[in-house]
Design a protein around this ligand. Structure first.
Ligand code: UDX
Length: 451
């Protein structure tokens, strides 16, 4: 019989991992402390938007390979391999990651395990966590049960979660146990057979690979956004600059799209948690550049607010249409979303803000109920004094002046994601602003929009 797997924590990462492992042919039990989540997953309903995942979930609930429970005892008795996929959010008011859920999941699981097993951490954790958990687990050896531990970070992107899980770029596994490697090579045999590199390493390297990858991606984005600040002042075309440096394949074009910056549940919190962790280790200076990366990122939001205010001559009573509030397209996630932050700040500044996002209206409304949520793009832009494109959904990339100009009050648009053509909008009589674009021909007038 093949290995039986459990996935502890059925949020974004866990629900995807559980369904993907069932797709690979394993019997999988998903576990969560939240009974509402377990009820809806058991019915095949996902509490978030992820292309392809609902189909996979239903397929394997029907095939009988995938089940969900709130019982950690059931999980302990069921699984040969237990994946830990609980959240490690930013601690309130601090930069460090909150490890409460990981610690609680591992200790309740260890108490529930009734036979030899492998625990595999997938959550993003501060370096040193696996070794700390290993000593906790080892205390249970006295019961005569052998529990191994491995750290196997997950690199999935929202919007591509299924594909990234089934066909990852690489597998990284940190452990001190040869048995753990053997078990995980069996679990990931499908990817390995397609020559996905399997990187066998120690706990610390595995933990660090994950945060290093996210820190590097964040750095790439803030790097190009810092150049956007320069072209906003001196002139130049940030998109051509990105294309040109991206053609050097040591640099690469991906993650060099200038715009309102990065958000989401991972990049912002992971770079903050990494800084906090290295400071704890006495390496205060080592990751200091990451606070600069964070600041550049947050300044992009200031810039959009400034551009809107400048175009409107003040916000009070003006009508702003915000197109897109998800932190990126093909997602309904608004965690740390630059777009939603900008919308909320314009509202606080006195503007009337109409919002349209193809998927994220409901999540946005939960956070900021006082914005005017619209069910169509046309409704959102009706009567607008300025239109802001803040998430690059295809629907907004396809926007043309003719499509909306009879609806707006003033033909003014800010492209916060560099997806529209300046010439097209300007020749239709619009005032066009974009991040990375000098907004006036008078040198020195386009400062950063921050004091
Ligand atoms: C990220 C990592 O890519 C993934 O490997 C990790 O497992 C989790 O964190 P995700 O949060 O889904 O994934 O989003 P990603 O596609 O990386 O985008 C992050 C943010 O960067 C988004 O807000 C996006 O709009 C922004 N971004 C991305 C840019 O502003 N410019 C770019 O060129 C690329």
């Amino acid at each position: 019989m093949g290995k039986r797997l459990t996935v502890i924590g059925t949020g974004y990462l866990g629900a995807t991992h559980a369904a993907a492992m069932a797709e690979l042919g394993f019997e999988v039990l998903g576990v969560d402390v939240d009974p509402k989540k377990i009820d809806s997953l058991s019915r095949g309903e996902l509490p978030f938007h992820e292309p392809g995942l609902p189909e996979l979930l239903l397929k394997h609930i029907d095939s009988g390979r995938l089940r969900f429970t709130t019982s950690i005892e059931e999980a302990g008795a069921f699984g040969d391999v237990h994946f830990i996929a609980v959240g490690t959010p930013q601690r309130a008011g601090e930069d460090a990651a909150d490890m409460t859920y990981v610690d609680a999941a591992v200790s309740s699981l260890v108490n529930a395990i009734t036979r030899d097993a492998l625990i595999v951490g997938k959550s993003t954790v501060p370096v040193g966590t696996a070794r700390r958990l290993k000593s906790l687990i080892d205390e249970f050896k006295a019961r005569g049960i052998e529990i191994d531990l491995a750290w196997n970070p997950e690199f999935l992107r929202e919007g591509f979660a299924v594909q990234d899980t089934l066909r990852p770029d690489r597998l990284v596994v940190g452990t001190d146990s040869p048995k753990a490697h053997a078990a995980l090579r069996e679990v990931y045999a499908d990817a390995i057979s397609r020559e996905t590199p399997y990187i066998a390493t120690d706990f610390e390297t595995a933990e660090l690979v994950k945060v290093a990858a996210n820190a590097f991606l964040a750095t790439k984005i803030s790097f190009i956004n810092a150049f956007a600040e320069v072209t906003e002042t001196v002139g130049g075309d940030i998109r051509t600059l990105a294309d040109a440096i991206g053609l050097d394949n040591r640099i690469g074009r991906r993650f060099l799209n200038a715009g309102v910056g990065f958000g989401g549940g991972c990049l912002p919190k992971d770079i903050r948690a990494l800084q906090a962790r290295v400071s704890e280790l006495g390496l205060d200076r080592t990751m200091r550049f990451l606070s600069e990366i964070d600041e550049i990122n947050l300044r992009r939001r200031d810039r959009v607010v400034y551009l809107a205010e400048e175009l409107l001559g003040g916000l009070e009573g003006k009508r702003v249409a915000v197109l897109g509030t998800a932190f990126k397209p093909n997602s309904d996630d608004v965690r740390d979303s630059p777009a939603l932050d900008v919308a909320a700040r314009l509202f606080s500044g006195g503007a009337e803000v109409s919002v349209y996002d193809p998927k994220a209206n409901a999540n946005s409304a939960q956070r900021f109920p006082r914005l005017n949520y619209c069910s169509t793009l046309a409704e959102a832009v009706s009567g607008a004094d300025v239109v802001l494109v803040l998430t690059e959904w295809q629907e907004f990339r396809d926007l043309h002046p003719q499509g909306i100009q009879s609806l707006v009050n003033n033909k003014q648009i800010v492209d916060g994601r560099n997806v529209l053509g300046k010439d097209e909008w300007e020749s239709a009589g619009w005032t066009f602003r974009a991040l990375g674009l000098r907004s006036s021909d008078v040198p020195g007038t386009s400062l950063l929009g921050v004091t």
